[in-house]
Design a protein around this ligand. Sequence first.
Ligand code: NAD
Ligand code: ZN
Length: 366
Amino acid sequence: VADLILRYPPRAVRSRVHVAPGSLSQVGAFVLRASGARRVVVVTDRRVAGLYLARVRRSLRAAGVMVDAVVVPSGERAKSPARLAALWDAFAGFGLGRRDAVVALGGGVVGDLAGFAAATWLRGVPWIVVPTTLLAQVDSSVGGKTAVDLAAGKNLSGAFHQPAGVLVDPETLDTLPRWQRRAGLAEVVKMGMAIDASLFRWAETQAEGLARGQTDALAGAVTRSIRAKARVVLADEREETGARTALNYGHTLGHALEAARGYRGLLHGEAVALGMRVAASLSERLAGLSPESRARQDALLDRLGLPRRLPPVPIARVIEAMAHDKKRDARGVRWVLTPRIGHASVPRLIQHGLVTAACREVGARV
Ligand SMILES: NC(=O)c1ccc[n+]([C@@H]2O[C@H](COP(=O)([O-])OP(=O)(O)OC[C@H]3O[C@@H](n4cnc5c(N)ncnc54)[C@H](O)[C@@H]3O)[C@@H](O)[C@H]2O)c1
Ligand SMILES: [Zn+2]
């Protein structure tokens, strides 16, 4: 169980964070405490609605909060401008006002979509996230990034909008398919490698429980990851000074792999795990990461059941996809490397030849 208040000075913005098994049944009281809203629109996806919407409604009503709900299809396709516009229309129909709030119940897709809708409705209304995937619990719910995808690329249109509250019930992970849970663990390893050595060491001691999906271990990973991410986000909320870019460790290649595979057949976390293996190889060669530290990262990924070898995608296609990443630089592709566990550096330009060699080491074919 953890309670945190994240403050974002100089603005009066703060996010209340509560992590506790079983807390889904207290969402009503939490919404009141975090936002004071007396009426909310819950945005969720079809799958999560079937599992948890009734409980969430009941808790909100019991706390005296009026509830409307919008259910979107499950999956990345819901993160579209058309769905965003449909949410605005629904908010208009419900008469959602400035003192009301949006509740995002679901994974990162629902969080990004509903958060962006809240950021833009009436130029910004409060929102509360109730993340139900491990990826959303350890990573996407904290930090205030919201977005939809465009044909030209993922997350191209979006806003920074800090949630008033983040309520995490790790028991919701019991219904998450095992491969989804495993993919979320990649982001935990990322937090450790990029920004928090003690989180990394802790994960090494808990690898079996994490791999099996034990609630205690997952709750610990969520709390530690949120604390670590919050520290970095508070230092660099809008990704201006560079501190926050450390969180992109493993993502340069990860995003490119996802794009090269047309976002099918490879989960985000799986792509990031492979991206970290390649990033560690480059870090060893170019940033002074010790071979022992690289081996510890790879061994932890192995124990968590994350993929070891790049899928059969031509390297040229992956490099091409990297060049389209929105974090590219005029001169080429930037990588976040780490000289030590927990201390990822600001990104630096890496020649394609070196990337190709590192990808070969992780099993890529030409
Ligand atoms: N805003 C950020 O900072 C940030 C960070 C990382 C990722 N993201 C975004 O997050 C998205 C991916 O999020 P995701 O991996 O959570 O995907 P998702 O939201 O699509 O959820 C994955 C699947 O799991 C189902 N599901 C959710 N909770 C469940 C539960 N408790 N039990 C059973 N099924 C459940 C969903 O219906 C969906 O089919 C991407 O769009 C990515 O861009 C955002
Ligand atoms: Zn990620």
